[in-house]
Design a protein around this ligand. Structure first.
Ligand code: FE2
Length: 195
């Protein structure tokens, strides 16, 4: 490992995100001088910190270890890495693959982290005439509702926008496996993986 090369990449990624060394240090719970050491090639994050750092910069741990963005570029656009963004100002949602920078209403948006379905956000699936009929027993008021559902499988994403006062059910063509994502306006993004 060439620590100078790895350090330079950490520094470049931090600047690209518009963060100071202190901001990165605060997010990780380390001292700013530790971040400075990494960037100048006098040390490298341990494995537990590396994962958090990769999340902050929106890259893989492998990229941070390699010291170069190149290996990651092969995966850019891989739909398995789809990310969803919701703008807190206008409520608009955006989906992207790869390490896109997403800006809405003048602010850079961070990708949402999907949680596993919980008991207040249970996704029910029925199979009807070769389609998946998805139902979520969730209130659909202006203050608290499921605002979109996406079905992601291999090379495609099907997305349906939902509105308050509408029933929370959607029909998707069956694609045999894949993942559903759905967003609650109050509780965030959830995921459900088909067996
Ligand atoms: Fe909710």
């Amino acid at each position: 490992m060439d620590l100078n090369k790895n350090g330079k990449l950490l520094c470049d990624l931090r600047k690209a995100k518009g963060l100071t060394q202190k901001q990165v240090a605060d997010k990780l719970g380390v001292l700013p001088k530790t971040v400075s050491k990494w960037e100048t090639g006098h040390g490298f994050p341990d494995i537990s910190t590396l994962s958090a750092l990769a999340d902050i910069f929106g890259v893989s741990e492998r990229t941070l270890l390699s010291g170069s963005l190149e290996p990651n570029s092969k995966n850019t656009g891989n739909i398995k890495r789809i990310k969803f963004y919701v703008c807190p100002s206008c409520g608009g949602f955006i989906q992207a693959v790869g390490n896109s920078q997403v800006i809405c209403c003048g602010k850079q948006l961070e990708p949402l982290k999907a949680k596993k379905s919980d008991e207040e956000h249970v996704l029910k699936i029925l199979e009807i005439e070769g389609d998946y009929y998805i139902e979520i027993a969730h209130e659909m008021t202006k203050e608290h509702y499921i605002s979109f559902l996406a079905y992601v499988r291999y090379d495609r994403v099907l997305t349906v926008k939902l509105y308050p006062e509408q029933d929370c059910c959607v029909r998707f063509p069956k694609m045999y496996g894949g993942k559903f994502y759905y967003y609650c306006s109050r509780h965030g993004l959830f995921e459900y993986k088909l067996k």
